[in-house]
Design a protein around this ligand. Structure first.
Ligand code: G
Ligand code: G
Ligand code: MN
Ligand code: NA
Length: 254
């Protein structure tokens, strides 16, 4: 019943694992990369989804240690896919606010890339506006150091948090990820469509790429393609998949 204790044990017993959801390039139709999503294979419960335990990881601070493991596990998987002949797959890893604020992200990234001999351009981090804005001056330093390592950085859930547009152009980031909240009704709600269009236009003006998450229908996909969105992610193309299945999907699409 004590979720924190259960999660500590889960971590020690290696019950946490990653699934991977493809991101598709809207110009080429090719898989542009994947997002890693945490799962818990909990004995007696089956596969548990992050909504049920990521908040506990965050509240207890466990997310700092687990987050470092996730970066390592993602790099390990990139190396495994290359070894297995799937080829280079770019993996985007979610970073919790507390991991960004309290952890040593630069060292974690350097260690993981070196340990698994992974090219830095294959690793991307998804950071939230909240994390980035908590200490904007420190954020600029950390982002510059991450950029120097050669990895990519995206702002996740864009449009739902508190972010200063003035900082957006000072942060050395690569990509904005339009939150699912604006995608869900993009073809029927003119306000959501207007916000999505504004994000795409602003992103391109700032020389950033833009991806939309939560795409579930062809109509949403076509609308985003016409709006010049660069990439999409969502159930319409694929659910998050275990590593083996993701590898097969990527292989079959090349
Ligand atoms: O996979 P699912 O849709 O259930 O994920 C729900 C939430 O959990 C999302 O907001 C997602 O960002 C978060 N989440 C999933 N995997 C990770 C992870 O590896 N690290 C962190 N910090 N959050 C994650
Ligand atoms: O990190 P982030 O909060 O963006 O997490 C993405 C979450 O969205 C994941 O938990 C993933 O399972 C979920 N997701 C991915 N594609 C879809 C989709 O098409 N529809 C919905 N409702 N959720 C999705
Ligand atoms: Mn994400
Ligand atoms: Na998101």
């Amino acid at each position: 019943l004590d979720m924190e204790l259960a999660l500590r044990r889960a971590f020690d017993n290696q019950e946490l694992l990653l699934h991977f959801q493809p991101k598709v390039n809207l110009l080429t139709g090719a898989v542009a990369g994947v997002e890693s999503l945490l799962r818990w294979q909990r004995p007696g419960f089956g596969l548990v989804y992050p909504a049920e335990f990521v908040p506990v990881l965050e509240d207890t601070g466990l997310v700092v240690r687990v987050g470092a493991w996730i970066i390592d596990a993602a790099c390990k998987q990139i190396a495994a896919w290359q070894r297995d002949g799937v080829g280079p797959v770019r993996v985007a890893v979610n970073v919790a606010s507390r991991q960004f604020i309290e952890g040593d992200l630069e060292q974690e990234v350097r260690d993981a890339l070196a340990r698994h001999q992974v090219a830095p351009e294959l690793l991307e981090l998804e950071l939230t506006e909240t994390a980035l804005m908590s200490n904007a001056e420190r954020t600029i330093t950390v982002l510059k150091n991450l950029k120097a390592i050669g990895i990519k950085v995206a702002i996740d859930d864009f449009g739902t948090g508190y972010s200063s547009l003035a900082y957006l152009q000072r942060f050395p980031i690569d990509k904005l990820k339009i939150d699912i909240a604006f995608v869900r009704e993009i073809t029927t709600n003119p306000n959501d469509a207007a916000i999505a269009l504004a994000i795409i236009s602003m992103a391109h003006s700032l020389k950033l790429q833009v991806i939309a998450e939560g795409v579930e229908t062809r109509a949403q996909l076509e609308y985003l393609r016409r709006s010049r969105c660069d990439e999409i992610q969502g159930y319409f193309f694929s659910r998050p998949l275990p590593p083996q299945e993701l590898g097969e999907l990527v292989k079959s699409g090349r």
